[in-house]
Design a protein around this ligand. Structure first.
Ligand code: M6R
Length: 613
């Protein structure tokens, strides 16, 4: 969470920083700030609220900022201290000459702060970050060397951080470091960038260095890299796999709508190179699970958060169905605080769009220590999680800007289909005919999504009719229980309407008490083994006067009588219905939020990449 950007070079720094922060707005957006060295003086500009407020502040200072060529910037998602101007980054030491931006949480900041106050430091904000500014300044006073000051100060810090640091007396130097929070250095022609994510720099350069934990990089006219013990490290420069065009709305009103529409092509992209031909085995080049490993597996644990957790729930269903291996799915935040009985005969699968979610990362590290094989399904093959993996399934959805996950979810689902089929092939748990039939269905999914996307009017109508309801219930059974949870999460996230997903059979065990004529109940009614059961559950809701919406691929005439509104989608084998059902629910949430005038791409209180526990 929070976004860092920094620059040293010949370009007008304010433009580079603001442009970079704009690309990082998905990481948090409750306040922002920049610090530059202008004419030998550190100047700081901050604003509460959206980045535009900072831009408005800066337009009043163009004269004093225009010649600056070095600076650091930050966009905040508040952890310690309210999202006010005073708590916005950058933060400085007491004299104001040393200035820093920070992502992460300093766990021992209270103890450090007490010591620093005793040493005469005066604090201005309520943040944990300010402690680090004072701490580095103390070291700098001793060493007169900014790199060493950063290296020594960070040894005293517990917690997670990515830091960008400048000093007024060193106008040609930018220092950065990290531990358990992402940070990369972009390398241009006679210029360097630092950023917490690729979008902030991709328009300037595709060459980058990903910092490893505890490394300190010093950027002047050249780049120097050391480790925590002050040993020189040879930088491993990589070429970034992103295209700048991915960051444009391409004429859509919101990134979310654009990303929803990208899904047919995203699925084609995920399948390409992995499923060449229905008669050939699935190819997952970075999955290192041998027949032997699979034979010895006692179970699989899948850990994830939020939308990725819902994809994991579908994944459980698929792996159990195709491979007959027991699978547990758990929220990473729960997994990490109980006895971990994982072992080398457990396969641990981490699912994460960003590959940086703190809880999932901690869970992965814990199971790695127990000797489990770690398989990561992520949209970011350049992420920390991907680097921890023994096996990797890159989901290839392209960069997702909107905070609400859409195309990354369907890409995760497709990745699970591929993985489950791959494992079934290696293990020999499905016969040839079934494998071919499943692959046939898989490759026609993009066309089915295109049909849904070209028939959006029914969903817009439904959104308009139900947008003013305060609560929603989503029900489903079997493989689509996760779809109900995901549909409800989408609605909550971007419209702030209270929406809950239930396994339909549970309705009568409590939630039914809430039903009356004010409550819309949306049934995910896909043809298959639980169709009739779900229909009976919908009848029970009708008997309590609830308003009934069906999302269905059935042409059953009796639905017309039972349901107040029907969203019709193409027919599909039940096992693939989570992919088909997810898209109309994303659109329904989108149109309701848009109808209510909500900030669709940047919903309140959220951030795309949750890098704090
Ligand atoms: O990057 P991750 O997939 O690990 O993120 C997990 C959740 O924070 C994320 O899915 C969140 O729930 C999304 N905002 C959902 O739209």
């Amino acid at each position: 969470m929070c976004g860092i950007v920094g620059y040293i070079g010949k370009k007008p720094v304010v433009e580079v920083l603001i442009d970079g922060l704009r690309k990082l707005e998905y990481r948090g957006y409750d306040s922002s700030g920049i610090a530059i060295n202008a004419g030998g003086k550190i100047k700081i500009y901050k604003a509460e609220g959206k980045l535009q407020n900072l831009v408005d502040v800066l337009t009043k200072h163009t004269e004093e900022t225009k010649t600056a060529k070095i600076g650091i910037g930050h966009i905040r998602w508040a952890t310690h201290g309210a999202p006010t101007e005073i708590n916005a980054h950058p933060h400085t030491c007491t004299c104001g000459k040393l200035v820093i931006v920070h992502n992460g949480i300093i766990e021992n900041f209270k103890e450090l702060k007490e010591e620093l106050i005793k040493k005469g430091c005066s604090f201005r904000s309520q943040t944990d970050t300010e402690t680090v500014a004072h701490l580095i300044a103390q070291e700098f006073a001793q060493t007169k060397d900014l790199t060493q000051a950063v290296r020594l100060a960070t040894k005293k810090i517990q917690g997670a951080y990515a830091l960008g640091v400048m000093h007024q007396d060193l106008p040609g130097m930018l220092v950065a470091t990290k531990r358990n929070a992402p940070l990369l250095v972009g390398i241009g022609e006679g210029e360097f960038f630092i950023a917490s994510d690729v979008p902030a720099i991709i328009e300037h350069t595709k060459k980058a260095l990903y910092l490893n934990d505890n490394e300190v990089v010093t950027l002047t006219t050249e780049m120097k890299l050391i480790d925590a013990e002050n040993k020189k490290v040879t930088p491993k420069i990589e070429v970034l796999p992103w295209e700048p065009v991915a960051l444009s709305k391409m004429g859509y009103k919101h990134f979310m709508l654009k990303e929803i529409h990208e899904q047919p092509d995203v699925i084609r992209n995920v399948l390409s190179g992995k499923l060449y031909n229905i008669d050939e085995p699935i190819s997952l080049k970075e999955v290192k699970l041998t027949k032997e490993t699979l034979k010895n597996l006692h179970r699989i644990q899948v850990i994830a958060c939020g939308t990725s957790l819902h994809a994991a729930m579908v994944g459980k269903y698929l792996i159990e169905e195709f491979c007959s291996i027991p699978v547990d799915v758990e929220a990473s935040s729960e997994y990490i605080y109980r006895k971990n009985v994982t072992d080398k005969n457990t396969l641990v699968i981490g699912v994460s769009q960003s590959g940086e979610t703190a809880d999932t990362l901690t869970a992965i590290k814990q199971s790695k220590e127990k000797g489990s094989h770690i398989l990561i399904i992520t949209n970011r093959p350049d992420s920390t999680m991907a680097r921890e993996a023994d096996s990797l399934v890159p989901v290839s959805a392209g960069i997702e800007v909107s905070v609400a996950a859409t195309k990354s979810y369907t890409a995760q689902l497709i990745s699970f289909y591929l993985l489950a089929l791959y494992m079934a092939e290696v293990k020999g748990s499905l016969d040839e005919k079934t494998l071919v039939e499943l692959k046939k269905e898989l490759i026609v999914l993009p066309q089915k999504l295109e049909m849904i996307l070209s028939n959006k009017e029914q969903i817009q109508k439904c959104a308009k009719a139900y947008a003013n309801h305060k609560d929603f219930i989503y029900i489903a059974r079997g493989i689509n229980f996760a779809t109900a949870l995901e549909g409800a999460l989408k609605l909550k996230e971007i419209s702030y309407i209270n929406a809950t997903g239930y396994p339909a059979g549970e309705l009568k065990h409590g939630p039914i008490a809430m039903l009356d004529e004010t409550m819309p109940v949306l049934s995910i009614l896909m043809q298959g083994k639980v169709y009739e059961k779900l229909l009976s559950n919908a009848e029970e809701a009708k008997a309590r006067n609830a308003k009934l919406i069906a999302l269905t691929n059935s042409s059953d005439k009796k639905l017309d009588e039972l349901f107040d509104f029907i969203i019709k989608i193409p027919e599909v084998d039940e096992i693939f219905s989570p992919v088909i059902a997810a898209v109309p629910l994303q659109l329904l949430a989108y149109y309701i939020a848009e109808f209510l005038g909500k900030d669709v791409d940047q919903p309140r209180n959220l951030a795309k990449s949750v890098t704090v526990e």
